[in-house]
Write a protein that binds this ligand. Structure first.
Ligand SMILES: [Fe+2]
Length: 185
């Protein structure tokens, strides 16, 4: 279930909610776009990129009109991926992007950490969730030891999201994906 927990930036746990409206309002207050999307046609578990993009065509077109994306693609990662450790590490430390980041979870889950205004918001995203990370927002992302997700990614630059790492070890003070998910059961 989509879950939001707000911590202080020194790692003290605060409130947790699974209320969609509260999650959207809280994130909206931070300038983060959060939406729930529904496929306009049935989508097989092994659907390819074209089928996925077609299933969400209306929402994608709306987002494109709002933001002028240069490219949209679908990325899929399973627990049998040979580079899963390297890929997980890529965005596991706190970083920013000049470009804002938007992802839609077609399937599976991932955990975003947004470090804003002295707080760290942990947002466990799942199938049907769209989340944005505003430009220059300090954040990181964990897909867990055994990643499982299919996401639509939206880019406004041909280079994609170039990470600028802050050098902070703040990510080590927060539960990783597997620990957080275990606590949500
Ligand atoms: Fe990022």
């Amino acid at each position: 279930m989509t879950t939001l927990t707000i911590y202080t930036s020194d790692g003290r746990e605060g409130e947790t909610t699974t209320d969609q409206a509260v999650i959207a309002a809280t994130l909206g207050g931070l300038g983060v776009q959060y939406e729930r999307w529904h496929a306009n046609r049935p989508l097989a578990a092994d659907a390819g990129q074209d089928e996925v993009l077609e299933a969400y065509r209306d929402e994608i077109e709306r987002l494109n009109a709002d933001h002028g994306f240069q490219s949209v693609d679908v990325v899929s990662l399973g627990s049998d991926h040979p580079d899963k450790v390297t890929l997980r590490r890529k965005f596991l430390a706190e970083h920013t992007h000049e470009d804002f980041e938007i992802r839609f979870f077609v399937d599976g889950r991932g955990l975003f950490y947004l470090h804003v205004d002295g707080q760290v918001c942990l947002v466990l995203c799942e199938r049907g969730d769209l989340i944005s990370v505003p430009a220059n927002t300090t954040h990181w992302f964990d897909m867990g030891e055994n990643p499982c997700f299919t996401c639509i990614r939206f880019f406004t630059t041909p280079e994609g999201w170039l990470a600028e790492f802050t050098g902070s070890d703040i990510a080590n003070r927060f539960p990783d994906f597997d620990t957080y998910v275990a606590g949500c059961v």
